[in-house]
Design a protein around this ligand. Structure first.
Ligand SMILES: Nc1ncnc2c1ncn2[C@@H]1O[C@H](COP(=O)(O)OP(=O)(O)OP(=O)(O)O)[C@@H](O)[C@H]1O
Length: 244
């Protein structure tokens, strides 16, 4: 069982505190929805967990180790951070094969994940010809490649069609039921209500909530309503009509 352990994590970009002493543990066996207004620090948290950026202070560990210490990282953490991460001139299959090879993952796994994400028919097309939703599916295929115990998905429904969204919902449920740690950032409250068991909510780089979905909603009419109440003072970018 592998947790993501974040302790006193702080990231400053000049005067901006993207994260401010964030402490939270993302646990296995459940889907954790990662919420917060634009600029709250969700992507920064994920980037720091993956060692893509250095924290100003604090730690972010996966199974007690820094991500950068894994020789075959795809076997430990599967992540979708940026739907455009694959080389545009490569075919989807070659992209996955290259990653499989460098992580000692058997080539047959490439066909399995292409199948799993509905991309088998597009496996030999160059990534530059892919739609946003197809890129998102390829990102998911990449994340699943190493059969990792931890999945971190940043806005994974972006660009997905309704079938893809339902499939992702079922897939993340299954992955959590298998005992994996699944962290999903999203702005789609209705989707998170259907997908997540647990919520971690950030506002201005700080932890606002770490609770089961049921407890989070509490007496409110919906997850959306509870979310707006909690984040009312934390949203930096709002329109006047946004929450009426
Ligand atoms: N490379 C960077 N340089 C400067 N500031 C940055 C950088 N990356 C992030 N930030 C700032 O850090 C803060 C947190 O950004 P982050 O992308 O983590 O938020 P987020 O919760 O993922 O937002 P969104 O929901 O809009 O994706 C923002 O104020 C952002 O402008």
């Amino acid at each position: 069982m592998t947790s993501i352990d974040i302790r006193e994590l702080t990231k400053a970009y000049g005067p901006v505190r993207a994260l401010d002493r964030l402490t939270v543990t993302v646990r296995p066996g459940r889907v954790t929805g990662f919420l917060g207004p634009n600029g709250a620090g969700k992507s920064t948290t994920m980037r720091l967990v993956l060692g893509l950026d250095r924290p100003t202070s604090g730690t972010a560990l996966v199974g007690g180790r820094p991500y950068t210490s894994f020789a075959e990282p795809l076997r430990h953490v599967g992540a979708v951070l940026d739907a455009a991460a694959a080389h545009p001139a490569r075919t989807a299959r070659d992209h996955l094969l290259t990653l499989a090879l460098s992580n000692r993952i058997p080539a047959r796994r490439v066909d399995e994940v292409l199948q799993e994400t509905g991309l088998a028919g597009a496996a030999r097309r160059r990534v530059r010809t892919f739609s946003l939703g197809m890129r998102q599916r390829l990102g998911l295929a990449t994340a699943l490649l190493g059969d990792p115990p931890v999945l971190m998905l940043d806005e994974p429904t972006n660009g997905l069609d309704p079938e893809g969204i339902v499939h992702l919902r079922r897939l993340t449920r299954r992955l959590a039921d298998e005992g994996r740690t699944v962290l999903i950032s999203s702005h789609l409250m209705s989707e998170i209500a259907l997908t997540a068991d647990h919520l971690v909510v950030l506002g201005r780089g700080r932890l606002l909530a770490d609770a089961p979905v049921k407890d989070f909603i509490g007496e409110d009419a919906s997850l959306e309503e509870a979310y707006f109440r909690l984040t009312a003072d934390s949203a930096e970018y709002t329109t006047r009509e946004g929450r009426s």
